[in-house]
Design a protein around this ligand. Structure first.
Ligand SMILES: Cc1cc2nc3c(=O)[nH]c(=O)nc-3n(C[C@H](O)[C@H](O)[C@H](O)COP(=O)(O)O)c2cc1C
Ligand code: SF4
Length: 682
């Protein structure tokens, strides 16, 4: 049991005049909640929730852009507009009321954005070298560009001071300032290129102008790469020298340390490691920078659990520990530590659904906390119901069922869960069969611990029929029975195929030559292909899509791509599996497509078909006539976050809700959100 009074994580930290109440922070991350480039209500409520949850410092924005010719790459805030000041002031005021400090990350993205958006201005960089991830061919920045951008940084700094923020940091990894530092991106021969002095010239001009704009007292940090870990990039020695020069300049108050480069998804993955990768890979490195430079050092990179965070502070590796995705999963981490309830923290499992979504042009959402980013309507803390204690029956203990049970139990209702299998988890458990994705089980384990604490009745190995449900005399029934693989997609030979589930569960043993047909575009086929390849099968992944697994974001994609390349998985796009027939001991897979009549054949030993699931809705249909709402959901109320009041059947005795894949083939977040938004109002 940790002594709260002595917990290293809970000790205050003095940064110049600013007292941070503990050592836990959330580093800059753009959740793409901005509206018109402004941090309006959604944005504010998201940060205020973390302040309520006890965090010491929330670094707002990910890369708020200081110039027009740095158009948003993923919903970035527009720090070059004066309108941002009142929005940020309100955000800061409300976070301050809850005791949390607020800073912001400012940047010019340089080549790390696109020209074909916002004002259609050309993208610029030190030299005309394209960033593979964002694909723009930049122009080499001219003198007048650099003068203008330096002035833009200074003007943005003034706006942040006017908004009452506690400070800001300048983003210098993969963005314009370090695009100048790095030999990989700076080939200039003028005053901004050549030796380190010249390559630092632009960033020093920026920092000087910002310091002049806000004065000595204002806190300015630098989120800097101190080793690009890249043959053509900055070495550790370069990074250390840059840090030393900034120390000597007196312009910077703290460093937020990054190791690695981010110009491709594969490289970014090592800067922001995901599930199945090392925990805290750059923590020791950040600690070395702290010792050598004597700067206050902040750092984040997969420090997802409190024990590692505590270690980082206790061992003097960091002054402030970034737990960024950890707070997306649970914004109340510090409060729970302070209340001695560390064990109830909702774990960040590293699925990185959050980050993958923003690179696909969506908002950041946590795979298993559907309240994050929806604070206006979805509660992080479930309040007990003021109404009568209801009897709630949940059928199915996958993510939807477990969430419905958890939220109902927190509301104070009497909950019974039926599950046909002997273990909870549904498709999550299947997904964990791929060893590097086994942390997904945290989604299940956390809920099971909550259910145990609330005394929920769990009936495993029980295939519930309508009578079993009715025998409980329920007031509310959640059907979370999930789905079954839908493999009947071929013109011939459906019976000769196996499903991705068969492979994941081990029911189908890996054969020598396997064709995996992915007509879903999400995780199951990818996981099956990786498991087969790891078991030494020769695998060809065939998809009708333009690129493989379009439903998967870039960071998760990168780990699959690495595994596929390692194992020599062949990938065929724009192609459909039409039919399968047996010939002797082998199978003949006939391939066609949407683009022509030419058919090809592959001789293989096993064909895997992935086409999502069909809902297992037998029980739902059986119960519908006896329910008050006949299974109907008022979507207007649902979307507005209001309680359900549909009563088309006066003779019904309970409310019936179907959730998760029992409705249609979707994903973990959809299942959990279905459950939360219906159960929170019971
Ligand atoms: C949705 C999302 C957006 C991010 N955007 C930025 C960004 O704009 N600028 C930045 O410096 N880091 C960004 N990051 C990286 C985080 O600041 C942090 O370094 C990273 O998530 C690793 O820390 P963690 O393991 O504690 O999450 C982003 C992270 C996430 C999850
Ligand atoms: S989506 Fe995954 S990585 Fe992101 S916060 Fe949620 S659990 Fe963590």
């Amino acid at each position: 049991m940790i002594d709260i009074a002595r917990d290293p994580l809970l000790q205050p930290y003095q940064l110049k005049h600013l007292t941070l109440r503990n050592r836990v922070m959330s580093t800059a991350h753009e959740p793409a909640y901005s509206e018109d480039g402004m941090p309006k209500d959604r944005y504010r409520l998201y940060h205020v929730e973390k302040a309520r949850g006890g965090i010491a410092l929330t670094m707002t924005a990910g890369s708020a852009v200081v110039s027009r010719d740095s158009p948003p790459a993923f919903g970035n805030l527009l720090a070059y507009k004066d309108d941002i000041v009142p929005w940020l002031r309100r955000l800061a005021d409300e976070c301050h009321e809850h005791g949390s400090a607020v800073m912001i990350q400012l940047t010019h993205l340089g080549r790390r954005t696109g020209w074909n958006r916002a004002d259609w201005l050309p993208v610029l960089a030190p030299s005309p070298i394209r960033e593979p991830a964002h694909r723009a061919f930049p122009k080499a920045a001219e003198d007048w560009d650099l003068d203008r951008i330096v002035a833009d940084y200074a003007a943005a700094a003034q706006r942040m001071a006017a908004a009452g923020l506690d400070g800001f940091e300048v983003e210098a990894y993969g963005h314009l300032p370090d695009q100048f530092w790095s030999p990989a991106t700076n080939r200039r021969t003028d005053a901004y290129g050549g030796d380190l002095d010249r390559r630092m010239h632009f960033s020093l001009r920026v920092l000087r102008a910002m310091r002049e704009a806000v004065g000595e007292r204002f806190i300015i940090g630098l989120r800097m790469v101190a080793d690009e870990d890249w043959e053509t990039g900055l070495t550790r020695e370069d990074g250390m020298e840059i840090a030393r020069r900034f120390k000597a300049s007196g312009l910077v108050d703290f460093l937020n340390i990054i190791r690695g480069h981010i110009d491709t998804d594969a490289a970014l993955l090592d800067v922001i490691p995901i599930m199945g990768m090392r925990s805290a890979p750059s923590l020791d490195f950040a600690g070395e920078i702290r010792v050598e430079t004597r700067f206050p050092v902040f750092h984040a990179a997969r420090i997802a659990d409190v024990a590692t965070a505590r270690h980082a502070i206790a061992e003097g590796k960091l002054d402030m520990v970034g737990m960024t995705r950890a707070h997306i999963a649970d914004p109340h981490i510090v409060r729970k530590i302070m209340e001695g309830r560390e064990h109830t923290i909702r774990p960040c499992v590293g699925a990185t659904y959050c980050l993958d979504r923003i690179y696909e042009g969506n908002d950041a959402l946590c795979v298993h906390n559907a309240a994050t980013g929806r604070e206006a309507m979805m509660p992080h803390i479930i309040a007990p119901s003021a109404g009568p204690r209801l009897r709630v029956v949940v059928v199915g203990a996958g993510p939807a069922g477990l969430e419905a049970a958890r939220v109902s139990a927190e509301r104070g209702h009497a909950v019974t869960v039926f599950e046909a299998l002997d273990q909870p988890g549904g498709q999550i458990r299947l997904a964990t069969r791929l060893p590097r994705r086994r942390d997904l089980i945290g989604i299940v384990d956390w809920r099971m611990e909550q259910l145990a604490a609330f005394g929920v009745a769990l009936r495993f190995s029980t295939y519930a029929e309508a009578d079993d449900v009715l025998a409980e005399h329920p007031d509310v029934v959640f059907i979370a029975t999930g789905g079954v693989p839908n493999t009947e997609v071929l013109t011939e030979g459906n019976d000769l195929t196996v499903s991705a589930w068969d492979v994941l569960s081990g029911q189908a043993k890996p054969a020598e030559r396997v064709l995996v047909f992915d007509d879903n575009g999400a995780y199951p086929a990818m996981q099956a292909a990786e498991m087969l390849a790891a078991a030494d099968s020769g695998v060809e992944l065939v998809t009708p899509e333009r690129f493989f697994a379009p439903e998967m974001g870039g960071l998760n994609h990168a780990l699959f791509a690495r595994a596929f390349q390692r194992h020599g998985v062949r990938i065929t796009i724009n192609t459909r599996l039409v039919s399968v027939r047996r010939e002797g001991n082998a199978l003949v897979a006939v391939l066609g497509g949407d683009y022509g009549e030419t058919l090809q054949e592959r001789i293989v030993d096993q064909v895997v078909v992935e086409h999502g699931t069909l809902p297992d809705d037998t029980l739902y249909e059986a119960l519908r006539p006896a329910s008050v709402n006949l299974g109907a959901v008022d979507y207007e109320a649902l979307v507005a976050g209001r309680p359900q009041t549909v009563v088309p059947n006066d003779h019904g005795t309970f409310r019936l809700f179907r959730i998760g894949d029992a409705v249609a083939s979707r994903n973990i977040h959809a299942a959990i959100y279905d459950a939360l938004r219906l159960a929170k109002d019971l």
